[in-house]
Design a protein around this ligand. Structure first.
Ligand SMILES: [Zn+2]
Length: 387
């Protein structure tokens, strides 16, 4: 934990970056899980972390690495598999597990909890703020950063427009996660890009539908710190703003919905396992993801293309259950039961109970330029009940 007197946004960004990188680069717990650098095959990854600020004291709550998302063919109808293993998405899932453990503390009367409990409703205490760090611009719209003052959009995002209608350089649209156009449809990802998901967190809060039912108000991010070699260009803050929190991506401005605008900080790359530091030596993205959170300090390794823990025989779908991560949909649904009482309900039905959240989500998905991935297709994978 560290204290900080913040005077400038850039100071906030470099402070948060230092906290995260000092932790990740030095902690012995990570010695075995950092990307491997073997012979001539060098790997890079993305690192993301959520930090909590409490009365000026910052603490790293969750941390994850990862660059993969699973193909449609690997999706699982029991919620045992993580569809999206990008660092930002896994770090948020670990953060939600932490929130659940704090909610339980509050319900048991522990005043040290970050939540206050009263009349059956939980509320985040006013003194608590959350910050996000990412070692590169999130995939999708906000990765189209300018490389110079003359550039309009020079960096190729790699993510796909929904339904593949637009070229990779069109700005301001939604996209699904990267996948080359020459790969079969069942091998492509259904997951939206991280830019689109962060935009959703800024519009609806990052607590998700299940926790929204239990919380008095949504929880928003106070700042996002992002590493980029183009950190010095002021215009790139505008690119990030468009991608992550702007009304410019909404095609119907009359349907005004609230979009939170966190402080956006661009900082110089310092993450040792990122793709920027020594680009001439780097050849491929690391296939594994790692997750960690402060309440469960075990480091978990995930196979990025299959969304289950390392060691799983991915060919035997019946056994995937034994290798599920503790942050998969099934485990998350189970953890929420101490507050919810969803006996007999499917995961989909439980999420649908967050009426206001779902209403706002529907509006957001309708008015976002480019649309959202097929909801009916995804719903098929949310029909499971708890065992
Ligand atoms: Zn991503």
């Amino acid at each position: 934990m560290e204290a900080l007197q913040i005077s400038k946004e850039s100071q906030l960004g470099t402070f948060i970056q230092s906290l995260v990188l000092d932790f990740y680069h030095k902690a012995p717990a990570y010695d075995k899980v950092r990307p491997q650098i073997k012979c001539d095959t060098k790997q890079w990854t993305v690192l993301a972390a959520f930090l909590m600020e409490r009365e000026g004291i910052f603490q790293i709550i969750s941390l994850a690495t990862g660059t993969k998302s699973i193909p449609r063919s690997a999706m699982n109808e029991e919620g045992y598999v993580l569809n999206d293993c990008h660092a930002e998405v896994l770090a948020r899932r670990s953060l939600l597990k932490y929130l659940i453990s704090e909610m339980a503390k509050s319900k048991q009367g522990e005043i040290s909890s970050i939540f206050a409990f009263g009349n059956g409703i939980l509320k985040l205490k006013d003194s608590i703020r959350f910050h996000l760090y990412i070692s590169e611009p999130p995939c999708g719209d906000s990765s189209l950063l300018h490389q110079s003052d003359q550039d309009q959009f020079s960096h190729w995002t790699g993510a796909k427009s929904v339904g593949e209608k637009a070229s990779s350089k069109v700005v301001g649209i939604t996209r699904t996660k990267c996948g080359r156009s020459d790969i079969r449809e069942d091998q492509r990802s259904e997951s939206m890009s991280c830019s689109d998901k962060i935009l959703k967190w800024n519009a609806l809060g990052f607590q998700g539908a299940l926790l929204d039912r239990i919380l008095q108000t949504p929880i928003y991010l106070t700042s996002i710190t992002i590493e980029s070699p183009y950190f010095m260009l002021d215009s790139n803050i505008e690119v990030l703003k468009r991608g992550l929190c702007s009304h410019h991506r909404l095609k119907d401005a009359s349907k005004l919905i609230f979009v939170n605008e966190p402080i956006l900080c661009l900082v110089q790359p310092r993450f040792l396992y990122g793709r920027y530091l020594k680009p001439d030596q780097i050849s491929q993205p690391c296939g594994h993801s790692m997750t960690w959170s402060v309440d469960n300090s075990k480091v978990q390794m995930i196979i990025g293309n299959f969304g289950v823990k390392q060691g799983a025989n991915v060919k035997n779908k019946k056994l995937l259950k034994n290798f599920r991560s503790d942050i998969c949909d099934h485990e998350f649904f189970k953890a929420v039961q101490q507050f919810a009482g969803d006996e007999g309900k499917t995961y989909f039905e439980a999420k649908a109970l967050a009426k206001e959240y779902q209403h706002k989500k529907q509006i957001l998905q309708e008015i976002l330029v480019g649309g959202w991935t097929d909801k009916e297709f995804k719903a098929k994978y949310q029909q499971f009940k708890l065992e």
